[in-house]
Design a protein around this ligand. Sequence first.
Ligand SMILES: *Cc1c(COP(=O)(O)O)cnc(C)c1O
Length: 379
Amino acid sequence: MPRPILLSTPHIGDQELKFVKEAFETNWIAPVGPHINAFEQEFCQVVGTRHGAAVSSGTAALHLALRLIGIEAGDEVFCSTLTFIASASPITYLGANPVFIDSDRVSWNMNPNLLQDALAHRAKIGRLPKAVILVHLYGQSADIDPILEACNAYEIPLIEDAAEALGATYKGRSPGAFGKIGIYSFNGNKIITTSGGGMLVSDDPDLVAQARFLATQARDPAPHYQHSEIGYNYRLSNVLAGIGRGQLRVLKDRVAARRHNFEVYQQELGNLPGLEFMPEAAFGRATRWLTCLTIDPTRFGSDREEIRLTLAQQQIEARPVWKPLHLQPVFSGCECIGGAVAEDLFNRGLCLPSGSNLTSEDLERVINGIKGLWGVGSV
Ligand SMILES: *Cc1c(COP(=O)(O)O)cnc(C)c1O
């Protein structure tokens, strides 16, 4: 059996263990401590925001973001449809309802024109959403400026889900740093990891202070554990923040390695008929967190699933592009504005193994697995 090649695995640098050891030696084994403070500051420097709160996951960060904006039961929140479930599940934690927005083909992210039209229509009928969640998918920024402009025109707060886009740029700046609140994830499969963790960022010091307050059980400033509202236990561990500090120091290398994977795949497979790689929009630089491509089965000879299953037989993990949220059983009945682009990307889209720790032999195995199918499939 050949060695398994996985989609995206953790890639630890040479300083994480030093920071973790420091946490052990100083006995800061708690969801509080010097690594957390340092990680927040160092992270903010990397993404260019004033303040950040380190939390236990990207999902927790998004949940806090929606709470901070005041989302309540019955409210509506617009959200990209082509994304992972965690972009929208916090909407339902609060009893609010998502309304999904389709992608464009330039970036695979939220189509700014659809959002503009939808907001104009909603303004007319007096039913504006309470917030917009903009997702930056697979290491590529959405077209933020027109989206932010549309939100500002109706005074709707923009929350950026940049869980997959740390290290990317939009017009030279980090996606996640444009909206009222941005969130990032350090899950094991992301571009850097703390095993699990997340960050909420904002330029507004009060919002971030409030996020820390809610993330630590909303404890009033009193010695006797007094609470005037319900909070959460969402802080990141000081031990894991130590891993994060080490990972931040290799972020640039990780971006370079993932972009290199993409370039090798594109060079070797880009000329095969029917294969088209995810475009890189002119307004930014993608990290290629995952290398994604779409397959035209009539031209390639095999469809997405045939390729995926053949790779799986060779111990290579590839994965369909996210199933759009408006097609998820749990969101059946939710409104979606457009949807055909996201559906097409899902039906024909495949994510290839993309870890920053892949060897050139690994890449070659994936490439040969796909080349071997060209023209011999059943389609
Ligand atoms: C991973 C991810 C999240 C959630 O982050 P966790 O840290 O796993 O909770 C949210 N949104 C997107 C787009 C993601 O890929």
